[in-house]
Design a protein around this ligand. Structure first.
Ligand code: ADP
Length: 262
C-alpha cells in the first residue's frame, strides 16, 4: 500500500517530466519550422549564403527532439506487469488506512466489500494505484470534505449492456469509488480519459490519472465507466473480467468496514 503512495508521487513526477518534455519538444519544433521558413525566404531571394547554417540548426533541433522521445519511450517501457488472481475486497480493505491518511480527516471513507466478489487477474499494484488515484480525485472534488464509498460488486454484462459500454459480453467484477463532490459536466466527462486533460491548477493536476486507469482497465480486458451529476457527486467504476482460474485464499469473505470519524 505504501508502494501505491510512492507510485502516485512518481506519477506526479512523470506528469511534470512529460509536461516539461512536451514543452521542450514544442520549442524544438518551433526552432525547426523557424529555420525552414528562413531557408525558404533566402532561397526565394536567391541568397544561398545562410541556407547551410539554417539547415544545420534544423537538423540539430530534430536530433534533440528524437532524443527526447526516446527518453520518454524508455521511461514508459520500464513498467512491468505481474498479473495474478486478486481479491479486490481484500485489496480495498488493505488500502483503506493509506487512503484515509492521504485524503485527510475531513473525508469519511466507507469500504463495502460485496460477499463472494469474483477474483480478477490483474497486477495488484496497478489496481492499488488506480484505487488511490480515484480517491485523490474524489478528495479534490470535495474541498470542504464529504464521503467516499469504495464498493465492489459482481456484474453480468449482457449483450446489450456490453455493446453500449464497448466491452465484451460476460462476467465482470467492479470496483467503484463514489464521492459527494462537485460532479462533472458532460464536456469534462467526454475528455477525462485524454492524457494530460485536467481542470486543476498547474502543479496540482497532471491529467494522467484517469487516462492511466483507462489504459490499465483496457489492458486487463475491462472498462472504466463514469456516472456523475453536477452538485451531487461522481462514481467511477473499474470493470474487470472475472478470473476463472484457481484462487489462493478466502475469496468469499465479506468486508464492511467503517472508519470512525476522527
Ligand atoms: P487530474 O486529477 O490530475 O486532473 P485525472 O485524469 O485523474 O487528472 O482527471 C481529469 C479531470 O477529471 C480532473 O481534472 C477533473 O476535472 C475530472 N475529475 C476526475 N475525477 C473527478 C471526480 N471524482 N469528481 C469531479 N471531477 C473529477
Amino acid at each position: 500500500a505504501e508502494e501505491a503512495l510512492r507510485q502516485s508521487q512518481k506519477m506526479e513526477a512523470v506528469g511534470q517530466l512529460t509536461g516539461g518534455l512536451a514543452h521542450d519538444f514544442n520549442n524544438l519544433l518551433a526552432g525547426i519550422s523557424g529555420s525552414l521558413e528562413l531557408m525558404q525566404t533566402r532561397m526565394q531571394q536567391g541568397r544561398l549564403t545562410d541556407v547551410d547554417r539554417y539547415m544545420t540548426a534544423a537538423q540539430g533541433a530534430a536530433k534533440r527532439a528524437a532524443a527526447l522521445t526516446h527518453r520518454l519511450l524508455a521511461f514508459s517501457r520500464r513498467q512491468t506487469l505481474d498479473p495474478k488472481p486478486t481479491n479486490v475486497n481484500r485489496l480495498a480493505a488493505d488500502m483503506q488506512e493509506l487512503i484515509q491518511r492521504t485524503v485527510g480527516p475531513a473525508i469519511l471513507i466507507e469500504v463495502v466489500g460485496t460477499m463472494g466478489v469474483w477474483p480478477a487477474l490483474v497486477d495488484p499494484s496497478q489496481l492499488e494505484n488506480a484505487l488511490l488515484n480515484l480517491c485523490i480525485n474524489a478528495r479534490d472534488a470535495m474541498p470542504d470534505g464529504g464521503r467516499i464509498i469504495i464498493e465492489t460488486a459482481n456484474k453480468w454484462m449482457d449483450d446489450r449492456a456490453a455493446r453500449q459500454h464497448d466491452m465484451p459480453e460476460g462476467q465482470y467484477l467492479s470496483l467503484c469509488v463514489t464521492d459527494t463532490g462537485t460532479g462533472m459536466t458532460p464536456e469534462v466527462i467526454a475528455r477525462v480519459f485524454e492524457p494530460f486533460f485536467t481542470t486543476k491548477p498547474i502543479g496540482e493536476g497532471t491529467g494522467l490519472g484517469l487516462s492511466m486507469i483507462y489504459g490499465f482497465a483496457q489492458q486487463s480486458g475491462g472498462q472504466v465507466l463514469i456516472y456523475s451529476e453536477i452538485g451531487q457527486g461522481t462514481t467511477v467504476c473499474i470493470y474487470l473480467p472475472r478470473h476463472y482460474g484457481e484462487v489462493a485464499d478466502d475469496e468469499g469473505a465479506a468486508l464492511v468496514t467503517n472508519l470512525p470519524r476522527s
